[in-house]
Write a protein that binds this ligand. Structure first.
Ligand code: FAD
Length: 466
C-alpha cells in the first residue's frame, strides 16, 4: 500500500535535509530517503574529510618549515597516517551523525534508508515500501567518474571515496586529473610524504582558471616536489611486478610513469542512472544531469532537482543555495532564482584560491571595457609576516559602471578575503565602496583598497603579473 506524504526528498546531501526541515516546519508531512551515508559527499567523502586532511598536511608542512620561524625541531618529520585518518573519521563522523540525528528527530519527517527510485511521477519506491507525494525533490548528488582508459579494468584504483579509507602512505601516488580534487590531494599527499605525480590531459592544471592562476598553482606544487605531466594523451595502465605503470603518451618527456597507487580525479557524474527518471518522465541532458529551470523545476510539474545532480553548481554552497531557492519559492512567495547567484568557490591548495565572478579571460572575450588591478602576495604585509608570500590577487571592474566583474585571490587567507569582494558584487555597488572602506591592519583584505587604487585598463597584456 502507498504511504502518502506532502513531500518526498531523495538524498540527504547538502540540499535535502535543509529543505526537509523547511517543509516540515511549514506543517508538511515529509519523507526523506538515504541509501548510504547521511550528509552525502561533502560530509563523508568530499569537503569535510578532505579539508580535515588538508589541515593535517598543512601541519606537516609547517613543522618542516619550523626553522624558518625560529622554532627548533631537530628530529625528522613523519606523518602517522593512522592518526590522520582517525582525526578525519572523527570529524566527518560527527557531522554525519549530526545530520542523521537531526533528521530522525525532526517533527513531521520520516526517514527511510534504502535506494529511492521513481515508479511514476508521484511515486517513489524504497525497498518494499512505496511512497507517494505531489512534491518530490531530487538531491542525489554525484560520484567519481571512472573514464574508459586502457588497463583500467582490474586496476585497484582509488577515487575520492576509497582514498578516505586508507591509513597508510602510498609510496608514489599517481593522480589522473589536474582539477580541484586532483590538486588538493596532490599537495596533501606530497606533504604527508608520498611521491606524487599529476597526470593531466590538458595543457595546464586548473584549466578553467585564468592562465596566470594555473601557472602559479603549478609552480607552487612543483616547488614542493609534485611532478606534473601535462598534455597527457592516450592514458592507460599496466602492471609491472608490484608497480603500476601509467602510460602517458605525452608530446615530450618520459612516456611512462611508474607508481604504487592511482587516484582517479577526472570529474564527477550525477547519480541519475538508476533513479527511474524515465518512469517519472524527467528529462536529463547528454551527461545525465537533470534539466531544471531557473527555479529548479524539472520537466515534470511537482518534481524539483537540487544540488550536483542538476549540473548547475557542483559545490556544497550551490547545493545549499538550491534548497534556499526552492524553499523561498514554495513557502515564502519569494521568486529567488539560480541566475541571481554569482559564481564563487575556493580551491584548497595551500595557499588557497578564492574566486568570485568572471575570470579575466571571460571578460576579455566579452569585449566589454574593463579595468584590472593586481598585487602579488609578496606585497601584502600579512602574507610577509606569516611567511606565506606565494600567489597574487587580482580584480576586474567594469570601466563604465564601476561594478566588480570578477576577482581571484590566490594567497594566504584568499578563501576568506574574497567574501568582501563577493558581498559588494551582490550589492551591485561600485568598487569605490571597498576602496573607501577602512580595513583592518594587518590583514590580506586591507590591500584590496590599495589594489583598487591602482586599476589600469584591461587591454592586451595590461596588468600582467609582476
Ligand atoms: C574530494 C571532494 C572535495 C570537495 N570539496 C569541496 C569543497 O571544499 N567545497 C565545496 O563547496 N564543495 C566541495 N566538493 C563538492 C561537494 O561535496 C558537492 O558539491 C556536494 O556534496 C553536493 O551536494 P549534493 O547535495 O548535491 O549531493 P551529495 O552530497 O552527493 O548527496 C547526495 C546524497 O544522495 C544519496 N543518494 C543518491 N542516490 C540515491 C537514491 N537513489 N536513493 C537514496 N539516496 C540516494 C547519496 O547517498 C548521498 O548521500 C567536494 C567534492 C569532493 C569529491
Amino acid at each position: 500500500m502507498n504511504k502518502t506524504y506532502d513531500a518526498i526528498v531523495i538524498g540527504t546531501g547538502q540540499a535535502g535535509p535543509f529543505l526537509a526541515q523547511r517543509l516540515a516546519a511549514a506543517g508538511m508531512k515529509v519523507a526523506i530517503i538515504e541509501r548510504k551515508l547521511f550528509g552525502g559527499t561533502c560530509v563523508n567523502t568530499g569537503c569535510i574529510p578532505s579539508k580535515t586532511m588538508v589541515a593535517s598536511a598543512y601541519a606537516a608542512h609547517m613543522v618542516r618549515r619550523a626553522a624558518d620561524f625560529g622554532v627548533v625541531n631537530n628530529g625528522p618529520v613523519s606523518v602517522d597516517m593512522k592518526v590522520v585518518k582517525s582525526r578525519k573519521d572523527a570529524i566527518s563522523g560527527q557531522s554525519r551523525m549530526g545530520v542523521e540525528s537531526w533528521l530522525r528527530g525532526m517533527a513531521n519527517c520520516t526517514v527511510y534508508q534504502g535506494h529511492g527510485r521513481f515508479e511514476s511521477s508521484k511515486e517513489v519506491s524504497v525497498g518494499s515500501e512505496r511512497l507517494r507525494a505531489d512534491r518530490i525533490f531530487i538531491n542525489v548528488g554525484g560520484r567519481a567518474e571512472v573514464p574508459q582508459m586502457a588497463g583500467i579494468e582490474g586496476l585497484p584504483y582509488l577515487t575520492n571515496s576509497s582514498i578516505m579509507n586508507i591509513d597508510f602512505l602510498p609510496r608514489h601516488l599517481m593522480i589522473v586529473g589536474g582539477g580541484y580534487i586532483g590538486l588538493e590531494f596532490a599537495q596533501m599527499y606530497r606533504r604527508f610524504g608520498s611521491e606524487v605525480t599529476i597526470i593531466q590531459r590538458a595543457s595546464r592544471v586548473a584549466r578553467r582558471e585564468d592562465e596566470d592562476i594555473s601557472t602559479a598553482i603549478r609552480e607552487i606544487l612543483e616547488q614542493e616536489g609534485v611532478r606534473i605531466r601535462l598534455n597527457a594523451t592516450c592514458i592507460g595502465f599496466s602492471r609491472r611486478g608490484d608497480e603500476i605503470v601509467a602510460h602517458v603518451d605525452c608530446a615530450s618527456g618520459d612516456p611512462e610513469v611508474t607508481g604504487s597507487h592511482v587516484l582517479l580525479a577526472v570529474g564527477r557524474r550525477p547519480n541519475t542512472d538508476d533513479l527511474g527518471l524515465t518512469q517519472a518522465g524527467v528529462t536529463v541532458d547528454k551527461r545525465g544531469y537533470i534539466v531544471v529551470d531557473d527555479q529548479l523545476r524539472t520537466s515534470v510539474p511537482g518534481i524539483w532537482a537540487l544540488g550536483d545532480c542538476n549540473g548547475r553548481g557542483g559545490f556544497t554552497h550551490t547545493a545549499f543555495n538550491d534548497a534556499e531557492i526552492a524553499g523561498a519559492n514554495l513557502l515564502d512567495h519569494d521568486p529567488r532564482k539560480v541566475s541571481d547567484r554569482i559564481t564563487a568557490y575556493a580551491l584548497y591548495v595551500d595557499p588557497p584560491l578564492g574566486r568570485a565572478g568572471l575570470t579575466e579571460e571571460e571578460i576579455r572575450k566579452s569585449g566589454r571595457r574593463a579595468l584590472i588591478g593586481r598585487r602579488p602576495m609578496a606585497k601584502v604585509g600579512r602574507a610577509v609576516e606569516r611567511g606565506e608570500t606565494q600567489g597574487f590577487m587580482k580584480i576586474m571592474v567594469d570601466a563604465e559602471t564601476h561594478e566588480i566583474l570578477g576577482a581571484a585571490i590566490l594567497g594566504t587567507g584568499g578563501d576568506e578575503a574574497i567574501h568582501s569582494i563577493l558581498d559588494v558584487m551582490y550589492a551591485r555597488a561600485p568598487y569605490t565602496v571597498i576602496q573607501r572602506a577602512m580595513h583592518i591592519h594587518p590583514t590580506v583584505s586591507e590591500l584590496l583598497p590599495t589594489m583598487l587604487g591602482e586599476l589600469q585598463p584591461l587591454s592586451d597584456g595590461a596588468g600582467a603579473p609582476q
